[in-house]
Design a protein around this ligand. Structure first.
Ligand SMILES: *Cc1c(COP(=O)(O)O)cnc(C)c1O
Length: 365
């Protein structure tokens, strides 16, 4: 049946997002023990959720017959206070990916354009396609966003411009001065989105919230999926200029974030020790890989996030060979980087195992 001809063309045109390969699926396919598998494919927190979040999750279980607080009062109030902005400027999402979708839903149409960097997070492109908008890709020499070129790419039809900072999958960042120069040039009809999913890992993060406080057309996206270790619960947020927040609130479903996620996120904010341990573990792991790649003469992109991109010659082949050994990394052919794989930083033992398997695979090619 050609049901597709009755469906929305933009939906049919979409190539679905390919997530990191799940542990259970890998175990099933290869006949391995799930506990023996190392997944370093989706930039998750190798230390798990915060102990205080686990307690909140257990506490919430007996109240699951009640709808969540659709207004997300407690969590939004805590986030507003933490970031020194108004309550109404905080928008919750079912992961920050949902905020990306809400932005596209609100601002894109077949006459609009979205601008992003050539090796930007792939979800921007998927969403532009979904809403029939034009997707404009700006070259990023040495895998770093070129904000001057991105400002020059703006036209009358541009509605959204995404700056992933740091970017995934490259792990690179643009600094405060470049951002200031860029913000001085960008016109009012463009909403600038700073996607800061890895913000907590930065030691010297550029201040983008000042543009939100100034009332510029800006949205800053953060998430509990990475440093806070709650990827499975799906909770993220946008810190937005009031006029942007008001639109996103209209576009969302009434209960878009669930009660367990809201409570766990709130508890995570209190568990400062867990985030600190996560960030320290990550710094150790990043140095471990950078040193190892230097010793082996492997090209890599210096990263400030919780993953690292390395050139292994044939990314798909190395991904498959490592998978057979029970180590899941991410092949990058979908990002037009067929030679590369992206490895998330794990615990010390996960990092050692991943490197040993990479060595074994590269040695036997
Ligand atoms: C992981 C990631 C996100 C966050 O996704 P969630 O939906 O919050 O889990 C957003 N942007 C980028 C660039 C990411 O890498």
């Amino acid at each position: 049946m050609s049901t597709a001809k009755y469906a929305n063309q933009f939906v049919c045109d979409l190539h679905a997002y390919e997530p990191g390969k799940p542990i259970e699926e890998t175990a099933r396919e290869l006949g391995l023990d799930p506990d023996s598998i190392v997944k370093v494919a989706s930039n998750e927190n190798p230390l798990g959720p915060a102990p205080m979040a686990l307690e909140a999750i257990r506490g919430a279980a007996s109240e699951m017959h009640i709808y969540p607080d659709g207004g997300g009062y407690k969590l939004r109030a805590a986030l507003a206070q933490k970031h020194d902005i108004e309550f109404s400027q905080v928008v919750l999402g079912n992961g920050s990916n949902e905020i990306i979708e809400l932005l596209c839903h609100s601002f894109l149409n077949p006459r609009a354009a979205l601008i992003a960097a050539e090796h930007a997070f792939v979800v921007y492109k998927l969403m532009a396609t979904l809403f029939g908008a034009k997707y404009v890709e700006v070259p990023d020499p040495n895998f770093v966003h070129d904000l001057d070129a991105m400002a020059e790419a703006v036209t009358e039809e541009t509605r959204l411009l995404f700056i992933a900072n740091p970017n995934n999958p490259t792990g690179t960042i643009v600094g405060e001065e470049e951002i200031a120069r860029f913000m001085a040039k960008v016109p009012e009809h463009v909403v600038v989105v700073f996607d800061e999913a890895y913000h907590e890992f930065l030691t010297d993060a550029p201040d983008t919230l000042k543009y939100v406080r100034e009332g510029r057309n800006v949205a800053v996206l953060r998430t509990f999926s990475k440093a806070y270790g709650l990827a499975g619960l799906r909770i993220g947020y946008g810190l937005c200029a009031p006029q942007v927040a008001a639109i996103l609130q209209k576009a969302r479903q009434p209960f878009n974030t669930n009660e367990v996620a809201q409570r766990a996120a709130l508890a995570s904010l209190q568990d400062v020790a867990h985030v600190q341990a996560t960030v320290e573990n990550n710094a150790v792991g990043l140095s471990f890989y950078e040193e190892a790649f230097q010793q082996r003469g492997l090209e890599y992109v210096p990263s400030v996030a919780n993953f690292i991109l390395v050139n292994v010659g044939d990314g798909d082949a190395v991904f498959s060979a490592m998978l057979k050994e029970g180590v899941i990394v991410r092949a990058m052919s979908g990002y037009k980087l067929p030679g590369w794989v992206r490895i998330s930083i794990g615990t010390e033992s996960e990092n050692s195992r991943a490197l040993a398997v990479l060595d074994q695979v590269l040695g036997s090619q």
